[in-house]
Design a protein around this ligand. Structure first.
Ligand SMILES: Nc1ncnc2c1ncn2[C@@H]1O[C@H](COP(=O)(O)OP(=O)(O)O)[C@@H](O)[C@H]1O
Ligand SMILES: [Mg+2]
Length: 289
């Protein structure tokens, strides 16, 4: 399988829609696996996210935090073209994955979503057996698989679920607990061999013990994958993330609508111990949001 999401290198002129804006001061590492350059995300005329410049490091866990409605989910969904499925949603600026513009005309969004997988807030297993949940992605994408049994075992092992389900692979995924279902969804994502796993508040429907298991799992997964997690739980960000990006919502000068902006992005300890921006300080100390 080709390493690039772009079918042929000649066909990829990397059109630049606009030059990167200079008004967001972030310590974006230029070597990031995914890079946002002056990203705006719209729903129709409403600009939900404005001018995000951000670079996600390979094999790092990055947390996106900030008050409700500041555009965390919107930005996350734009990183693997999940917003394409939302009516009226539109991205401006550039989002690069391994230096390829994921919104370029010749890029296949299905391939983007395979390479950059997603796990949602509420565990959403398919109404199928545990085995078939994992085998589904490889089957529909016609992945070349020498042994589906081995692939299923490997994905479930990586998601720290194998020991709990190995004797009931043919049973419905709905028989699993919430925490097990969420690990199944992670295994399902892993099964198609992504590079990046996006997680949108993956623990918010889980109890503390199930949450801890997912957090431990994230630490293990980080060896093989790049993880970007939205969380409203600041302790969780502090526990799992290498870097943290704090967003807030500002009133747009012209329309008065509130739009999400990136305030500060730094190694997690810096964000929580020495935030540079007063708004970050206010948020992490619980003064708003
Ligand atoms: N499908 C949608 N259509 C229109 N507006 C949306 C849609 N999804 C989110 N929004 C709006 O975009 C803004 C950001 O939402 P969201 O990304 O869900 O924020 P967060 O995840 O930080 O809580 C909010 O004002 C929200 O109402
Ligand atoms: Mg959200």
């Amino acid at each position: 399988m080709s390493d690039s999401i772009v079918p042929s290198p000649e066909a990829s002129p990397h059109p630049s829609f606009r030059s990167p804006a200079a008004n967001t001061s972030v310590s974006a590492s230029p070597s990031g696996l995914i890079r946002c350059e002056a990203v705006d995300v719209f729903y129709g005329d409403f600009r939900a996210v404005t001018d995000v410049n951000l670079s996600f490091g390979k094999n790092e866990i990055t947390a996106l935090i900030g008050p409700s409605g500041c555009g965390k989910s919107t930005l996350l969904r734009s990183l693997n073209r999940m917003n394409d499925l939302v009516d009226g949603a539109r991205v401006e600026g550039r989002i690069l994955f391994q230096d390829d513009d994921i919104y370029a005309k010749n890029v296949d969004p299905i391939e983007v979503r395979r390479r950059i997988g997603m796990v949602f807030q509420k565990p959403n297993p398919f109404p199928k057996s545990i085995y078939d949940n994992i085998a589904y992605g490889p089957r529909v994408t016609a992945m070349k698989v020498s042994s589906m049994d081995d692939l299923v075992e490997e994905a479930l092992t990586k998601a720290a679920l194998w020991d709990e389900v190995k004797d009931k692979l043919k049973q419905s995924a709905f028989g699993l607990s919430g925490g097990q279902q969420q690990r199944l969804c992670i295994a399902r994502t892993i099964a198609t061999q992504p590079d990046v796993i996006l997680m949108d508040e993956p623990c918010s429907a889980l109890d503390p013990i199930a949450t801890m298991r997912i957090e431990d799992l994230m630490h293990d997964l980080r060896r093989d994958y790049t993880i970007i997690i939205v969380t409203h739980n600041m302790q969780q960000a502090a526990r799992v993330a290498d870097r943290t990006a704090f967003f807030t919502a500002l009133a747009d000068e012209t329309s008065g609508d509130r739009t999400g902006v990136l305030v500060e992005y730094a190694p997690t300890a810096e964000i929580f111990e020495h935030p540079k921006d007063q708004r970050t300080e206010d948020y992490i100390s619980g003064r708003f949001g």
